[in-house]
Design a protein around this ligand. Sequence first.
Ligand code: CP
Ligand code: NVA
Length: 307
Amino acid sequence: MPKHFLSLADIDASDLRAILDEAHRIKKARIGKAKGHLDVDAPFSGETLALIFEKSSTRTRFSFDMAMQQLGGRSITATSSDMQIGRGETIEDTAKVLSRFVDGIMLRANSHQTLTALAQNSDVPVINGLTDYNHPCQIMADLQTLEERGGELSDMTLTWVGDGNNVAVSFVNAAAKFGYKLRISTPDGYGVNAQTISAAQNAGAKIDLIADPIKACDNTDVVIADTFVSMGDEDAEKRLTELMSHQVTEALMNAAAKDAIFLHCLPAHRGEEVTAAVIDGPQSAVFDEAENRLHAQKAIIRWCLGT
Ligand code: CP
Ligand code: NVA
């Protein structure tokens, strides 16, 4: 069985801990190196990762491509509309064909079922580059950012404010694995999938649902926002109106702990899910978070492909 990276809920806590340790090591080992230079230990000479996108991407696309270059391998990027899946070829056949050409596949999919069907039919590791359900690579980079700035995850309280979307799901999945406390503050109708929350709680996650965002942010160590309109959401106007009660403002940051960190996976929409004062302010870690996609994903690729 290839080692797929599809959901943080399915991977052992010890493996996730090892991936995060590796991400820190990899980042430190590159200090002072030009972006085009190989890592000190670049293990993937001759190996190729396919990067397939059913929807837009800036960070995921460039970070995976540079990660493979710095690891000594290469990547091939295609959007689904460039490929025959865009004309109706099945994902199962696509998986079997790509397995004959490349050493691993990263997929950003509209539907999580597409990702799982790809993985079930692939002979090579499959990495989740975001689906409508979750975004595990993002959370590994986010946790790397928090450890760099804040120390022990198991001592931290993280507060998600806004839409209970795909990024929120991966924070829920990771809570049981890394031991942080997670508060989730969403308006009615925008909560994280209840089954995902109860599965995480059964696995030991400490999760509190607190509708009032000010109460949810009280003395928290980390405040997290994401777009109110994710890729594929169709009711943009309604969402923007109904989620506005959960915009991350300076008032929320003032309710949080004194040195609380603000996270956002980007792309951001200033004046919607977060004010410019917060995302461009001193507590924001969003560009370190974006950079850490590169380092965390190298550790994920190394785990999947084996080094
Ligand atoms: N955060 C993130 O996944 O960004 P992209 O959509 O630009 O890849
Ligand atoms: N929730 C957002 C994340 C983008 C990286 C989306 O799915 O569009």
